[in-house]
Design a protein around this ligand. Structure first.
Ligand code: ZN
Length: 290
């Protein structure tokens, strides 16, 4: 029997940690975080499992759930992504039993393709998207936090040539293309492999939580308890996501950053690209009208 897996797909900075915590309110669901990072041959983060924390509070390497699985992974070559993802499925079934459902918030289409390719999973996709206007503004904020928001900052850091290229790749137009590309890749994988998929709007999760919850419950055929309450499970072992995963109480009040309404950096890509507006509407679950 294949291991049941709910894959949270979408672009980074779309609220996947929040959605994972929300969906882990179903009794059979166990939140594991961005587990493709343990599988991805190009990712070096697995070398930091002796410093990064699991959501249970232990260093990942010492977490009672992950430590035996990491020992198994150590014996599988980095190149064999299919065997590594399969080892995650086997370790999960051993620990939680055949009825439990893995919550994987790896987000990337590469991770989804690997999960499909290994053949170990019965996959349902929650295709999470934050309104692209809000997402573009959050990218700007993240560049500002990291000191790479302007051409001057980029060239001071990386020199005139590399810095200019990096600056161009960080403009709203380039970001919008990236957002479209990632989300289109998810849509194509879902269509090609005929996977059950539900568009989950981050905005609706914040503003219309009960209706969004009912749609997710129908789609996954589960009942989601009030998150952060005693009814929600407390043995998630979520790795590599947003730090919010250590603080379920934050979920009690889902807050939405509406700063994008006062920031117009989304305006240019939004204006010049009808396909961006259409895709945004589609992923918000509002049909094809833009
Ligand atoms: Zn843990």
């Amino acid at each position: 029997m294949k291991q049941k897996l709910v894959y949270i797909a979408g672009a980074g900075h779309s609220g996947s940690t929040l959605l994972e915590m929300f969906v882990s309110g179903a009794p059979a669901h166990v939140g594991l975080g961005e587990i493709f990072q343990l599988v991805d041959r190009r990712n070096s983060r697995i070398e930091r499992v002796n410093e990064e924390l699991c959501s249970c509070g232990e260093i990942i390497e010492q977490c009672p759930y992950w430590s035996p699985i990491l020992a198994t992974l150590n014996n599988i070559p980095r190149e064999d992504e299919a065997a590594r993802y399969t080892a995650l499925a086997d370790g999960f079934a051993q620990r939680f039993g055949p009825e439990a459902v893995m919550l994987d918030s790896s987000k990337t289409p590469e991770g989804l393709a690997a999960a499909i390719g290994c053949g170990a999973f019965d996959i349902r996709v929650l295709h999470l998207a934050r309104d692209v206007r809000s997402w573009l503004v959050s990218q700007r904020k993240s560049y500002a936090r990291n000191g790479v928001a302007t051409w001057r900052a980029n060239t001071a850091r990386d020199g005139i040539f590399k810095g200019t290229v990096r600056h161009i790749l960080r403009t709203p137009l380039a970001d919008a293309r990236r957002w479209q590309k990632v989300n289109r890749a998810v849509e194509e994988l879902v269509a090609t492999h005929a996977l059950p998929s539900l568009p989950v709007s981050y905005e609706r999760l914040c503003f219309d939580t009960d209706a969004m919850r009912r749609e997710i419950e129908d789609f996954l055929d589960v009942s989601i308890a009030g998150y952060g309450t005693a009814a929600a499970r407390d043995d998630n072992h979520s790795v590599f996501g947003n730090r919010m995963r250590f603080d379920p109480e934050k979920l009690q009040e889902i807050r939405y950053d509406n700063g994008w309404m006062r920031d117009n950096s989304w305006l240019l890509p939004w204006t010049v690209s009808p396909s961006l507006r259409r895709q945004n509407a589609r992923l918000q679950g509002r049909g094809t009208r833009a």
